[in-house]
Design a binder for this molecule. Sequence first.
Ligand code: IPD
Length: 269
Amino acid sequence: MVRSVPEPRELLEIAIEVAREAATTAYRMRSQGVSVAATKSTVTDVVTAADQAVERQVHDALRRLRPADAVLGEEYGEAGAGGAVRWIVDPIDGTVNYLYDIPHSAVSLAAEVDGAVVAGVVRNIRTGEEWTATVGGGAWRDGQRLRCSTEPDLGQALVATGFGYDPRRRQHQGRVLAELIPHVRDIRRLGAAALDLCLAAEGRVDAYYEKGLAAWDLAAGGLVATEAGLRVSGLAGAAAGPDLVIAAPPALFAPLHDRLADLDAAGGP
Ligand code: IPD
């Protein structure tokens, strides 16, 4: 039997439709007030009622539009299986920003075909800025094609990063940061990994790295960054993943990578 797998562009159109509706719900729920519904890995790793409601809404929309596809989400894990297409959703990336009403959180939705991300959208819940990408089709924000920074000098680079929720991991990440910061222009900790990757895609930061990202933090933003020309990888040729994600323009990649390798950025708990 011949499998019919949609083109990345068709998957992106579905992702955009679903992510926009999801962001509208998240925005409305934020304006009605937010409370913590549960905690996950640590007491500071919170889940709001909006995280849960938005992910349920995304699941329901995808079940209606693409009933045979699998869905992996931050709050409810994996659902469905078997087909070539899997959707990866972070209902609210930047949950702590969302909780504190800092306007820097996003819905992130990506489509994988046979394990490779081919389409993705990241939408800022408050500002409505929307970044999209398809594999081979470039990265875009609101009709503008994106190109990453061309900064070649690590000493001039503005580098974004983030921290996990586990205190022991944060301690290791803090040590890495303390050793890195004298060698870069400055550091930004903005609080939403998907948005960090999108900002790097348009040169609003020069590069980004973080240990501990989950698939839903990385999927859509990683494609946006790659399609904007960043190299997105782990250490020593490893794929970007939970051990480490480095997203840097080609000229910055080696100096940043080598510093992070020396500092054991992928190590620790
Ligand atoms: C977190 C944010 C944060 C990053 C953490 C992520 P969440 O995702 O992206 O910036 O530093 O590693 O876990 O919990 O807000 O969805």
